[in-house]
Design a protein around this ligand. Sequence first.
Ligand code: FAD
Length: 500
Amino acid sequence: MTNPAISSITIVGGGTAGWMTAALLSKLLMGRYAITLIESEEIGTIGVGEATIPAIKIFNDMMEIDEAEFLKATQGTFKLGIEFVDWREKGHSYIHGFGKIGVDRLWLHTHQFWLKMFPKGGFRDFDSYSMCTAAARKGRFAPPDARRGPPMSDLDYAYHFDASLYARYLRSLSEKRGVKRIEGRITDVVLKAESGFIDKVVLQSGQAIGGDLFIDCSGMRGLLIGDALGVGYQDWSQWLLCDRAYAVPSANPTQITPYVTCTTRDAGWQWRIPLQHRTGNGYVHSSAYTSDQQAVDTLMSTLGGPALGDPRLIKFRPGKRHQTWEKNCVAIGLSAGFLEPLESTSIHLIQTGLLRLLSLFPGQGFHAADIREYNTYSDDEYRDIRDFIIAHYKITRRDDTPFWAYVKHMEVPETLQRKIDLFQSSARIFKRGAFELFREESWVQVLLGQGMWPDYDPNVDMMTEADIAGYLHDIEAVIGEHTDAMPRHEDYINRYCKAA
Ligand code: FAD
């Protein structure tokens, strides 16, 4: 499968995915291709997607985006992790913090030593061994300090921002670099008879727009990849029961936390994302286990401040396209797949999809080997994240509602079961591939946080208990002291990136 070198790229959709694509390609491909983006204001965007993970900083750095300017433009705040409330059991909470935990000893990670010593008494909760989590608990924030070494240099962070303002910001960068924007609703997609490649898209106005490479950023519908090219969808709803969310903004409570809060509800969970000007809220739930009215009532009765609008219903289907690159079309964003936003991974998947496309870019024509590699990697990436999200449901002590009873007792994918079994036997986590997104630190925090209590790695016994105690107490002290000295999150924002 080869054909002539490409000269034009057509992006369908102007949500977060469409404008991230336009911004990155116009920056990195340096004007070598004519880039057009088509969006329909009448259809609009999904309008949610406000929490990110630390890799977003890589994307922004590639774009040479100034951090303070970007945070002012998007009403952004800092994110050190996610607080999970009532997931293990009602009344319990833990934080999945970014960055490393403690300081490794030889090849052994801090949690192994903590597992041995914590039951003996005199040691803090596991939260106290992560810079991010300890700072988050105190409502404090400062960027990592590379000069001071671990654990102070091991803090990592991401952002919360207003997704529509982020898309607007990226649009202005893209248009400055020559991206042509066309407003209009696509009503037809024409394929080439001989190859089945996409030839052009046709707008309601009758205008036709061609292209060599098409990027489908049309959202869940998958206008090109699904409707036009007929690529099917793997449905993962046997493990991920939630299929809807109600979302509503509210006024900020007294404190703007440097973390997202995800609180379980009877048939799902509710997010709270703190921005500078408001808080984003949403109840992700299963329509099989609650009614729309119950879901709205639950959401509206648990906001931290007055609602700033009416709740909006968003329906979704967990899963992914069988292929995310088919012929001359690459699906980026919700057209490629959907995983519930429990670990804020969707915007990250936009970013990795784009970087993978650049690595395998079909500048000299389309090659089956490139497309296969892209799709294989995409399968692995979605599956790994899927497993991590399922683990939050499976490892719980809750079975007090039919929803929680089901997920606690359900069979999970074999790939996840292997991870759980290995962790139970020795508190070890092995990443399957170098590109697996969630590192050992993430799995350890979530599996312990959800309530697993594994055996520790027996190699820990090489150190005396007195040595281990000294090592753990040193970490507690350094982290405690350093996080106490950090500014309050709001003070840091006010000084550095307060929106006008
Ligand atoms: P959309 O925003 O739906 O954009 C689709 C675009 O295609 C629009 O511009 C539309 O006008 C255009 N379009 C569609 N059809 C046509 C047509 N016929 N003609 C012309 N144009 C057309 N991600 C995170 O990383 N963090 C989060 O916290 C997070 N929270 C989420 C919460 C919920 C409830 C949901 C559902 C998703 C969440 N996501 C989150 C995912 C995130 O919202 C998306 O990944 C992101 O917004 C990208 O969406 P998109 O651009 O692919 O699609």
